[in-house]
Design a protein around this ligand. Structure first.
Ligand SMILES: C[S@@+](CC[C@H](N)C(=O)[O-])C[C@H]1O[C@@H](n2cnc3c(N)ncnc32)[C@H](O)[C@@H]1O
Length: 267
Protein backbone atom coordinates (compact mmCIF):
# COMPACT_ATOMS: atom_id res chain seq x y z
CA UNK A 1 0.00 0.00 0.00
CA UNK A 2 1.37 3.45 -0.90
CA UNK A 3 1.80 6.28 1.62
CA UNK A 4 -1.09 8.15 0.11
CA UNK A 5 -3.38 5.13 0.38
CA UNK A 6 -2.43 4.47 3.96
CA UNK A 7 -2.84 8.17 4.75
CA UNK A 8 0.62 8.25 6.32
CA UNK A 9 2.83 11.25 5.78
CA UNK A 10 6.48 10.48 5.59
CA UNK A 11 8.72 13.48 6.39
CA UNK A 12 11.57 14.09 3.99
CA UNK A 13 14.38 16.63 4.04
CA UNK A 14 15.95 17.58 0.71
CA UNK A 15 19.71 17.50 0.36
CA UNK A 16 21.01 21.05 0.23
CA UNK A 17 24.37 21.57 -1.40
CA UNK A 18 26.35 24.76 -1.17
CA UNK A 19 26.77 25.80 -4.75
CA UNK A 20 25.98 28.94 -6.70
CA UNK A 21 22.35 29.75 -6.48
CA UNK A 22 19.96 32.61 -6.41
CA UNK A 23 18.93 33.34 -2.90
CA UNK A 24 18.52 36.23 -0.59
CA UNK A 25 17.77 36.19 3.04
CA UNK A 26 15.84 39.40 3.44
CA UNK A 27 12.72 40.59 1.67
CA UNK A 28 12.14 44.33 1.83
CA UNK A 29 9.52 44.90 4.43
CA UNK A 30 7.55 47.51 2.59
CA UNK A 31 6.51 48.05 -0.97
CA UNK A 32 7.24 51.63 -1.78
CA UNK A 33 5.93 53.57 -4.69
CA UNK A 34 5.48 52.70 -8.27
CA UNK A 35 7.97 50.92 -10.48
CA UNK A 36 8.50 54.06 -12.51
CA UNK A 37 9.99 55.74 -9.50
CA UNK A 38 11.64 52.56 -8.27
CA UNK A 39 14.13 52.77 -11.12
CA UNK A 40 15.63 55.74 -9.43
CA UNK A 41 17.17 58.53 -11.36
CA UNK A 42 15.72 57.33 -14.61
CA UNK A 43 13.03 58.74 -16.79
CA UNK A 44 11.97 55.31 -17.95
CA UNK A 45 8.31 54.65 -18.07
CA UNK A 46 6.61 52.50 -15.52
CA UNK A 47 6.50 48.94 -16.88
CA UNK A 48 2.89 48.62 -16.00
CA UNK A 49 2.00 51.14 -18.68
CA UNK A 50 -1.46 52.58 -18.54
CA UNK A 51 -2.76 50.00 -16.11
CA UNK A 52 -0.62 50.63 -13.10
CA UNK A 53 -0.27 47.38 -11.20
CA UNK A 54 1.08 48.80 -7.99
CA UNK A 55 -2.28 48.48 -6.35
CA UNK A 56 -2.46 44.87 -7.38
CA UNK A 57 0.99 44.18 -5.99
CA UNK A 58 0.15 45.97 -2.79
CA UNK A 59 -3.02 43.99 -2.45
CA UNK A 60 -1.13 40.76 -3.07
CA UNK A 61 1.64 41.18 -0.55
CA UNK A 62 0.91 42.47 2.88
CA UNK A 63 2.90 45.48 3.95
CA UNK A 64 4.18 43.75 7.03
CA UNK A 65 5.41 40.68 5.16
CA UNK A 66 8.89 39.82 6.38
CA UNK A 67 11.71 37.65 5.21
CA UNK A 68 11.07 34.82 7.59
CA UNK A 69 9.89 31.69 5.90
CA UNK A 70 6.78 30.03 7.29
CA UNK A 71 7.39 26.69 9.00
CA UNK A 72 6.80 24.06 6.33
CA UNK A 73 6.93 20.27 6.12
CA UNK A 74 7.71 18.13 3.12
CA UNK A 75 5.20 15.31 3.13
CA UNK A 76 3.69 12.84 0.70
CA UNK A 77 0.90 14.41 -1.32
CA UNK A 78 -1.07 11.59 -2.88
CA UNK A 79 -0.09 10.66 -6.43
CA UNK A 80 1.81 13.95 -6.80
CA UNK A 81 4.81 12.68 -4.87
CA UNK A 82 6.02 15.03 -2.15
CA UNK A 83 4.47 18.40 -1.43
CA UNK A 84 4.94 21.39 0.87
CA UNK A 85 2.61 21.69 3.85
CA UNK A 86 2.04 24.55 6.28
CA UNK A 87 3.01 23.65 9.84
CA UNK A 88 1.15 26.69 11.12
CA UNK A 89 -1.56 28.96 9.75
CA UNK A 90 -0.22 31.46 7.20
CA UNK A 91 -1.99 34.75 6.57
CA UNK A 92 -2.80 35.90 3.05
CA UNK A 93 -0.05 38.15 1.73
CA UNK A 94 2.68 36.51 3.79
CA UNK A 95 6.03 35.43 2.52
CA UNK A 96 5.77 31.63 2.53
CA UNK A 97 9.17 30.59 1.33
CA UNK A 98 11.72 31.35 -1.35
CA UNK A 99 12.49 29.30 -4.44
CA UNK A 100 16.23 28.88 -4.52
CA UNK A 101 18.13 27.27 -7.33
CA UNK A 102 20.97 27.53 -9.75
CA UNK A 103 20.64 30.00 -12.55
CA UNK A 104 21.14 27.80 -15.59
CA UNK A 105 21.17 28.66 -19.26
CA UNK A 106 18.41 26.90 -21.16
CA UNK A 107 19.90 25.10 -24.12
CA UNK A 108 16.68 23.54 -25.43
CA UNK A 109 13.05 23.75 -24.37
CA UNK A 110 13.08 20.11 -23.27
CA UNK A 111 15.78 20.91 -20.73
CA UNK A 112 13.31 22.01 -18.10
CA UNK A 113 13.57 19.44 -15.38
CA UNK A 114 11.22 18.49 -12.59
CA UNK A 115 12.70 21.19 -10.36
CA UNK A 116 13.29 23.95 -12.94
CA UNK A 117 11.22 27.06 -13.47
CA UNK A 118 11.52 29.27 -16.53
CA UNK A 119 12.28 32.91 -15.80
CA UNK A 120 10.07 35.53 -17.40
CA UNK A 121 12.60 38.25 -16.79
CA UNK A 122 15.39 36.22 -18.42
CA UNK A 123 13.71 33.97 -20.99
CA UNK A 124 16.76 31.86 -21.82
CA UNK A 125 17.47 30.98 -18.24
CA UNK A 126 15.86 28.78 -15.64
CA UNK A 127 16.16 28.49 -11.90
CA UNK A 128 17.05 24.88 -11.33
CA UNK A 129 16.68 23.38 -7.87
CA UNK A 130 17.47 19.84 -9.05
CA UNK A 131 20.91 19.61 -7.50
CA UNK A 132 20.79 22.55 -5.19
CA UNK A 133 17.78 24.23 -3.68
CA UNK A 134 15.42 24.48 -0.77
CA UNK A 135 12.01 23.23 0.22
CA UNK A 136 10.19 25.30 -2.37
CA UNK A 137 11.18 22.83 -5.04
CA UNK A 138 8.51 20.53 -3.66
CA UNK A 139 5.66 22.96 -4.30
CA UNK A 140 2.96 21.25 -6.37
CA UNK A 141 0.59 22.70 -8.94
CA UNK A 142 -3.05 23.45 -8.24
CA UNK A 143 -5.63 24.92 -10.56
CA UNK A 144 -7.02 26.68 -7.49
CA UNK A 145 -3.76 27.70 -5.81
CA UNK A 146 -3.37 29.25 -2.38
CA UNK A 147 0.00 30.85 -3.25
CA UNK A 148 1.90 32.37 -6.12
CA UNK A 149 5.55 32.34 -7.07
CA UNK A 150 6.82 35.69 -8.26
CA UNK A 151 10.03 37.10 -9.64
CA UNK A 152 11.06 40.00 -7.48
CA UNK A 153 13.02 42.60 -9.30
CA UNK A 154 14.87 45.20 -7.34
CA UNK A 155 16.47 48.08 -9.21
CA UNK A 156 15.74 46.12 -12.39
CA UNK A 157 17.68 43.09 -11.18
CA UNK A 158 16.31 39.73 -10.35
CA UNK A 159 16.54 39.46 -6.60
CA UNK A 160 14.72 36.33 -5.63
CA UNK A 161 11.72 34.16 -6.37
CA UNK A 162 9.50 34.11 -3.30
CA UNK A 163 6.28 32.20 -2.84
CA UNK A 164 3.56 34.49 -1.45
CA UNK A 165 0.29 33.35 0.14
CA UNK A 166 -2.73 34.42 -1.90
CA UNK A 167 -5.24 33.31 0.71
CA UNK A 168 -5.23 32.49 4.40
CA UNK A 169 -3.69 29.02 4.60
CA UNK A 170 -4.74 26.87 7.56
CA UNK A 171 -2.21 24.76 9.41
CA UNK A 172 -1.73 21.42 7.64
CA UNK A 173 -2.88 22.62 4.23
CA UNK A 174 -0.67 22.00 1.23
CA UNK A 175 1.04 25.04 -0.31
CA UNK A 176 0.19 25.14 -4.00
CA UNK A 177 0.87 27.44 -6.92
CA UNK A 178 -0.39 27.59 -10.49
CA UNK A 179 2.48 26.42 -12.70
CA UNK A 180 0.97 28.50 -15.51
CA UNK A 181 2.98 26.98 -18.34
CA UNK A 182 3.22 23.33 -19.29
CA UNK A 183 7.01 23.19 -19.20
CA UNK A 184 7.25 24.54 -15.66
CA UNK A 185 8.81 22.01 -13.32
CA UNK A 186 8.92 19.46 -16.12
CA UNK A 187 5.14 19.29 -16.28
CA UNK A 188 4.17 16.76 -18.93
CA UNK A 189 1.15 17.93 -20.91
CA UNK A 190 -0.11 14.38 -21.09
CA UNK A 191 -0.15 13.83 -17.35
CA UNK A 192 -3.41 14.20 -15.48
CA UNK A 193 -3.63 16.98 -12.93
CA UNK A 194 -4.25 15.59 -9.46
CA UNK A 195 -4.94 18.89 -7.72
CA UNK A 196 -8.51 17.83 -7.04
CA UNK A 197 -9.95 21.30 -7.50
CA UNK A 198 -12.71 20.23 -9.88
CA UNK A 199 -14.53 21.96 -11.55
CA UNK A 200 -11.81 24.63 -11.69
CA UNK A 201 -9.21 22.11 -12.80
CA UNK A 202 -7.43 23.44 -15.88
CA UNK A 203 -3.98 21.90 -16.01
CA UNK A 204 -1.14 24.07 -17.27
CA UNK A 205 -1.67 23.20 -20.94
CA UNK A 206 -5.14 24.83 -20.84
CA UNK A 207 -3.91 28.27 -19.87
CA UNK A 208 -4.99 30.01 -23.03
CA UNK A 209 -8.54 29.98 -21.81
CA UNK A 210 -7.65 32.34 -18.96
CA UNK A 211 -8.66 35.54 -20.71
CA UNK A 212 -7.32 39.04 -20.62
CA UNK A 213 -7.88 40.01 -17.03
CA UNK A 214 -6.10 36.97 -15.77
CA UNK A 215 -3.13 37.33 -18.06
CA UNK A 216 -2.78 41.01 -17.19
CA UNK A 217 -2.79 40.11 -13.52
CA UNK A 218 -0.15 37.45 -14.05
CA UNK A 219 2.13 39.75 -15.98
CA UNK A 220 1.74 42.31 -13.24
CA UNK A 221 2.72 39.83 -10.58
CA UNK A 222 5.76 38.77 -12.51
CA UNK A 223 6.99 42.30 -12.81
CA UNK A 224 6.53 43.19 -9.18
CA UNK A 225 9.30 45.60 -8.34
CA UNK A 226 10.28 46.85 -4.95
CA UNK A 227 12.76 49.37 -3.77
CA UNK A 228 15.92 47.93 -2.31
CA UNK A 229 15.95 47.72 1.47
CA UNK A 230 18.05 50.10 3.51
CA UNK A 231 20.82 47.58 3.91
CA UNK A 232 20.69 46.61 0.24
CA UNK A 233 24.45 46.63 -0.22
CA UNK A 234 24.99 44.14 2.53
CA UNK A 235 22.38 41.87 1.06
CA UNK A 236 23.85 42.09 -2.40
CA UNK A 237 27.09 40.78 -0.96
CA UNK A 238 25.30 37.56 -0.15
CA UNK A 239 23.89 37.27 -3.61
CA UNK A 240 26.20 35.12 -5.65
CA UNK A 241 24.32 35.06 -8.91
CA UNK A 242 22.74 38.12 -10.35
CA UNK A 243 20.90 39.07 -13.49
CA UNK A 244 21.93 42.49 -14.64
CA UNK A 245 19.76 44.18 -17.21
CA UNK A 246 21.58 46.96 -18.97
CA UNK A 247 18.22 48.62 -19.38
CA UNK A 248 14.88 47.97 -17.78
CA UNK A 249 13.49 44.47 -18.34
CA UNK A 250 10.54 45.45 -20.51
CA UNK A 251 9.61 43.61 -23.69
CA UNK A 252 12.43 43.71 -26.18
CA UNK A 253 14.87 45.11 -23.68
CA UNK A 254 18.47 44.18 -24.14
CA UNK A 255 19.52 41.77 -21.45
CA UNK A 256 22.98 41.06 -20.16
CA UNK A 257 23.71 38.21 -17.85
CA UNK A 258 26.63 38.50 -15.56
CA UNK A 259 27.98 36.17 -12.97
CA UNK A 260 29.61 36.85 -9.64
CA UNK A 261 32.20 34.78 -7.91
CA UNK A 262 31.96 33.76 -4.29
CA UNK A 263 33.48 37.08 -3.21
CA UNK A 264 30.82 38.99 -5.11
CA UNK A 265 33.11 40.23 -7.91
CA UNK A 266 31.83 40.21 -11.44
CA UNK A 267 33.30 37.52 -13.68
C1 LIG B 1 8.40 20.86 -8.56
S1 LIG B 1 7.94 19.20 -8.56
C2 LIG B 1 6.88 19.17 -7.17
C3 LIG B 1 7.34 18.15 -6.19
C4 LIG B 1 7.03 16.75 -6.61
N1 LIG B 1 5.69 16.41 -6.19
C5 LIG B 1 8.04 15.80 -6.05
O1 LIG B 1 7.72 14.95 -5.20
O2 LIG B 1 9.21 15.88 -6.45
C6 LIG B 1 6.87 19.16 -9.97
C7 LIG B 1 6.32 17.82 -10.34
O3 LIG B 1 5.36 17.37 -9.37
C8 LIG B 1 4.27 16.72 -10.02
N2 LIG B 1 3.04 17.48 -9.77
C9 LIG B 1 2.94 18.72 -9.25
N3 LIG B 1 1.67 19.13 -9.17
C10 LIG B 1 0.92 18.12 -9.66
C11 LIG B 1 -0.47 17.95 -9.86
N4 LIG B 1 -1.36 18.88 -9.55
N5 LIG B 1 -0.88 16.77 -10.40
C12 LIG B 1 0.00 15.81 -10.74
N6 LIG B 1 1.34 15.92 -10.57
C13 LIG B 1 1.80 17.05 -10.05
C14 LIG B 1 4.59 16.73 -11.52
O4 LIG B 1 5.19 15.50 -11.84
C15 LIG B 1 5.57 17.86 -11.67
O5 LIG B 1 6.42 17.68 -12.79
Amino acid sequence: MSDSESGQHEPFEPPVQWKFFLRRSVIPEKLLGCLGSAISGSDQQCLCGKQCFCNLVRSLISLDATCSSAPLSILRSGGKGYGLFAQRAIAAGSFVTEFTGELVKLVAEGDLGRYSIPLRCAPHFVLDAGACGGKARFVNHSCKPNSVMVEWLSSAKLDCAPVIALTDIPSGQEITIDYKEPSTFGWDEEQPCLCGSSPECHPPHALLSYGMVRSWAEEAMFYAVVLPPQDGDAILEQQIWDVDFGVHPGPGAQKHLRRRDMEGSWL
